[in-house]
Design a protein around this ligand. Structure first.
Ligand SMILES: C[S@@+](CC[C@H](N)C(=O)[O-])C[C@H]1O[C@@H](n2cnc3c(N)ncnc32)[C@H](O)[C@@H]1O
Length: 211
């Protein structure tokens, strides 16, 4: 599958220079950032759904938020949540590039609190933060997603660990293995959601909220 990923990447559209810089710096500093194939998938769904109100859980240094904003033709309003101070500092700088500051709002808080408090209806929600919390956040995430809206969850394969039995995973990764398994089960068995699982990047789940 790695072969397929580099094959697909070789056809992917080039990113604007400032986005390459933001991504390059994140990679250099070991800040987690979505894979290139995930850029394609996120951008595709933003364009195809015409999403203009987007929520992101897990800003990092802002690369994926800027990616979605670009894909929307620089029109989408995005709320993005990050609670790790060093990343917040860098994200604040990045999210003001190219006039994005007028559209992207960074909430520098713990996602658990923010998700409880928000009451906007979003066209799209992108989950890319603490994987072990996804299941706890799901009720609020569903409440915040409009009918017909799309929820995209990153890293559902956990670098391939999810394809192994729990006993074959390193002891320290077993809790996250179980939590991700439970979260995927919830997504795929929820009557309000229609979910597909993709092996794009580190695995992505795309869930639509039924009308
Ligand atoms: C994978 S990184 C996000 C990368 C970003 N989406 C990108 O691709 O540019 C996940 C981020 O979620 C943040 N995070 C983890 N748990 C969080 C929480 N409970 N509340 C807010 N942010 C959280 C981490 O600090 C980290 O920066």
């Amino acid at each position: 599958m790695e072969n397929f990923e580099s094959f697909a990447d070789s056809f992917s559209a080039e990113l604007p220079e400032y986005l390459e810089e933001v991504r390059g710096k994140a990679v250099l500093q070991n800040v987690p950032v979505i894979r290139r194939s995930a850029v394609g998938l996120l951008s595709f769904f933003v364009r195809m759904t015409g999403a203009v109100n987007i929520l992101e859980v897990g800003t990092g240094t802002g690369f994926s938020a800027l990616t979605m904003w670009e894909a929307s033709g620089r029109k989408a309003h995005i709320i993005t949540i990050e609670n790790y101070e060093p990343r917040i500092k860098e994200a604040k700088i990045n999210l003001h590039k190219e006039g994005a500051g007028e559209y992207i709002t960074l909430l520098a808080e713990d996602a658990t609190e923010v998700l409880k408090r928000l009451d906007t209806n979003f066209d799209m929600i992108f989950m890319d933060a603490a994987k072990g919390q996804y299941e706890n956040w799901l009720p609020d995430v569903k409440r915040l997603l409009k009918k017909g809206g799309i929820l995209i969850t990153d890293n559902i394969l956990q670098d391939g660990d999810m394809l192994k039995a729990r006993s074959a995973v390193r002891r320290r990764d077993r809790t996250i293995h179980k939590r991700m398994q439970d979260y995927i089960f919830e997504l795929t068995h929820d009557k309000e959601l229609d979910t597909i699982l993709l092996n794009t990047g580190d695995g992505m789940a795309v869930s639509g909220k039924k009308d």
